[in-house]
Design a protein around this ligand. Sequence first.
Ligand code: ATP
Ligand code: MG
Length: 411
Amino acid sequence: MIKAQRGTKDILGDEIPTWQWILDNAKRIFQNACFQEIKTPIFEATELFARGVGDSTDIVNKEMYSFCVGGALKDSTSITLRPENTAGVVRAFIEHNLNRQSPPQKFWYFGPMFRYERPQAGRQRQFHQLGVEMFGIKEPSADAEVILSAVEFLKSIGLGDLEVELNSLGCNKCKNDYRNSIKEVLKPYLDELCDDCKMRYEKNPLRILDCKNEECQKIFELPEVKKVILADYICGDCREHFETLLEYLDELGIKYSRNKLLVRGLDYYNRTVFEIKSQNLGSQSAVCGGGRYDGLVEMLGGVPTPAIGFAMGVERLYTIVNKIEQNKTDYFVVSQNTKEALKLARKLREDNKTADFDMQGRKWVKQLEKASKVAKYAILLGEDEINQGFYSVKNLSTGEQVKINNLKELC
Ligand code: ATP
Ligand code: MG
């Protein structure tokens, strides 16, 4: 029997309502904040990712699904299934001269991404991301707006208590100075670092700080190394940018913590980088990663344009949202009078509520049992209710029951 590929997953019937609900919320929150949806192709020239994500990253080095069209000999253009979507959105931004619209240009997206990783809980080879990218604003208000939209969206799907971890990588000048001091302090330990870090030492030393290898971690803990890692290296302008962002977050009541080891996987980030984590996810705890990438548009051939964005893993969101509640029908009409029950279900459906009823007029208790399994509320329609024209509404998770005279009173 042919099976689904390792690291891929079918999304089936009873999972769909939760997925749809997550997406409906994303659409509402991002569109309310004036982000426009953008859909870019699933594959792009390999070069776009090599340049746009960075060829010292794990994504480009180890995780890309790249192939040649029509076989290697026929056409040597290598294409790649997108491992992330920032590079694709930036390509589209440049190709369609979207910089001509007045800034900010704000986009949101949703779609599948592909990375050849070792499959495990929270880590697949085809997974979905939703995210936003905003172009044209260098001020920290843009960083605040983007972080706020991530937080508001997570709140809208019931994940209000997540913590935002933040760092500032500084501008190119700051990053360079920091890179050099990291290289210098790690030089004596070069032989002891893992193979990946040896490679990063040459190509992208900041990424060494992201290494999860225990031996490398021990080296970072050595006092003289730690001192350099934690040094306050960003310049006055970058510090001001960061501090203003923190003021915005305080003003908005967004909880955050500074994590000086947060460097993020992608090469192109500068200044603000952030992650949002959930305790509920164990080792793959990040649901959202983002940051500022002021140099990327220019690097990919566009006019210099500041930009910032984030991406969230939808599978990871899915595992932490309250699946059961979302799958439940809004109302189940409990009644021995099947005709009246059907009429009431119709009214509720007309009002855009999901509603069901018992078609066989079974015993009251049987119907209530069924309602508790499948619905959030039961509407009890006995003889009194029908004769006197009111409804008894029972909240099936709290057991609370109220009388209403008009369906408009339902929330
Ligand atoms: P990680 O450190 O978990 O590998 P990352 O830095 O590679 O994450 P990003 O490239 O920032 O991740 O992607 C943003 C989000 O996409 C992550 O926070 C995560 O929720 C999700 N994500 C990344 N890779 C995968 C994957 N292989 N399977 C499922 N979700 C993923
Ligand atoms: Mg990764």
